[in-house]
Design a protein. Structure first.
Length: 446
């Protein structure tokens, strides 16, 4: 028996399942339903899962339904254990990626490189937590050779469990910065938790580190694993002769030229991680070149959208101080008539909240932006800082999306460059939808 629990009815062991789901709305016929307690209690939807074709359910209390069930102490823990056992059964090479910023882009680019030689699975969407990780592993086909997984945390202790479930054969730490500081209250604590990615790794399994981050450049004596480094300023895999054209980089690594179709320094770091990992697993660097030169940005992550004469830097998926600074740097590098920054609150910063938003005001001032729209409660700190600095561009601060949208769409002209960025819960992609709605079949004034 894979899971410890009580079966109802007793002949439920004869049921064959062909997949796993925690969503009664999208579950497929024959899948096993895990009744997880999240924002809503999955036990309230066991009957819906049965109606939609579930073959059985994992529950913490027996539900009155004909659906076969295993009653366990903790459904989330059981899901993780199920994922761990299945991972060992398939036995792929698991490359686990964590970091304060850049981990999703690095994950996808590393997976693209590994696919050049191996049958590779990568996490779906943002499946990087105690729910998403086991679901990713349980989605592996029998012939999977590599699984590239993302491990995201926002509180102490989570990384150890994620490492136990995934048991990485290699790990990458992309960055260490002030993110999720509500529960991880300082950068040393963040580093301490990130390094726990090695908890369930064999001693010979390598750890790849972006040593342009000072905290990561000094950990060689803190971990008992081979260290492989990468970076722009230093590293075993270093980007040299780095140049940007419209914020798209080209550089050399170990004498090989790379020209990217993505934006900014973060794309360089993600590709350096992919080069290092690919080379470690014996993928020829010329083959890696071919993969990276056609790699596109992920949706809503430093994605350049050209629409009816304007350029939009769609970085609406999420925001933290370091990623906002990089996005503003990219806005400055892209050619265009006027530069517009539409920024929403950065969340989960705890005691660093006020200072972090004030810093944004300073960075906006330094980047000579023509128009700034600041949206959300916390952006008031950035607005006040800009006023103190006597910002001469057009400044709008509001908590009302309708007001922010109206100001934006009535300001933009052809050849403008617009940055859209904020924490995911701020719904910043709505600004892009608003621009798209007015741009279609409309010619803008110059």
């Amino acid at each position: 028996m894979l899971l410890s629990g009580r079966l109802f009815p007793k002949d439920a062991g004869n049921v064959y399942v062909r997949g796993v789901s925690n969503d009664s709305r999208t579950i497929k016929a024959g899948e096993l339903f895990f009744a997880l307690k999240a924002l809503r209690d999955g036990h309230d939807f066991v009957k819906d899962a049965f109606d939609n074709g579930a073959a059985a359910a994992i529950v913490e209390r027996q539900i009155s339904t004909k659906l076969p069930q295993i009653v366990v102490d903790d459904t989330l823990d059981s899901l993780g254990e199920f994922g761990r056992i299945y991972r060992n059964r398939i036995n792929p090479n698991v490359v686990a990626i964590t970091g304060s910023v850049g981990k999703t882009t690095a994950r996808e680019i590393i997976a693209s490189v590994l696919r050049a030689k191996f049958k590779t699975v990568s996490a779906k969407n943002n499946y990087n937590n105690l729910i998403g990780l086991p679901l990713t592993l349980l989605d592996m086909p029998d012939d999977c050779e590599f699984a590239v997984v993302e491990l995201g945390i926002n509180m102490p202790g989570e990384m150890i469990r994620l490492s136990e479930i995934s048991q990485p054969n290699a790990a990458v730490i992309t960055s260490v910065a002030r993110v999720h500081t509500e529960r991880l209250d300082n950068i040393n604590r963040i580093l301490h938790e990130k390094l726990k990615i090695t908890f369930a790794m064999d001693p010979e399994a390598p750890l790849f580190l972006n040593t342009d981050f000072p905290k990561l450049s000094n950990v060689r004596n803190s971990v008992d694993h081979p260290i492989i480094t990468y970076g722009i300023n230093s590293g075993d895999y270093r980007a040299v002769d780095l140049n940007f054209e419209d914020c798209k980089p080209d550089f050399k690594v170990k004498g090989y030229p790379f020209k990217l179709n993505m934006l900014g320094y973060q794309s360089v770091y993600a590709c350096l991680a992919a080069i290092a990992v690919g080379d470690y697993f014996d993928i020829p660097i010329p083959k890696i070149q071919e993969v990276l030169e056609v790699q596109e940005a992920l949706p809503h992550r430093m994605q350049l959208v050209k629409l009816n004469g304007i350029k939009i830097i769609d970085d609406s998926y999420n925001a933290c101080p370091i990623s906002v600074k990089e996005a503003l740097n990219c806005l400055n590098k892209i050619s265009g008539n006027r530069k517009i920054a539409v920024l929403g609150d950065m969340l989960e910063l705890g005691t660093h909240e006020e200072k972090s938003h004030e810093d944004i005001g300073v960075w906006l001032y330094e980047n000579d932006v023509d128009m700034v729209i600041l949206y959300g409660d916390r952006m008031n700190f950035a607005s006040e800082k800009l006023r103190q600095l006597k910002f001469t561009g057009e400044l709008v601060y509001t908590k009302d999306f309708a007001v922010a949208k109206h100001k934006l769409i009535n300001y933009i002209q052809s050849d403008d460059v617009i940055l859209i960025k904020g924490s995911n819960k701020m719904g910043m992609s709505k600004f892009i939808d608003a621009i798209r709605d007015i741009m279609i079949n409309k010619t803008l004034e110059r």
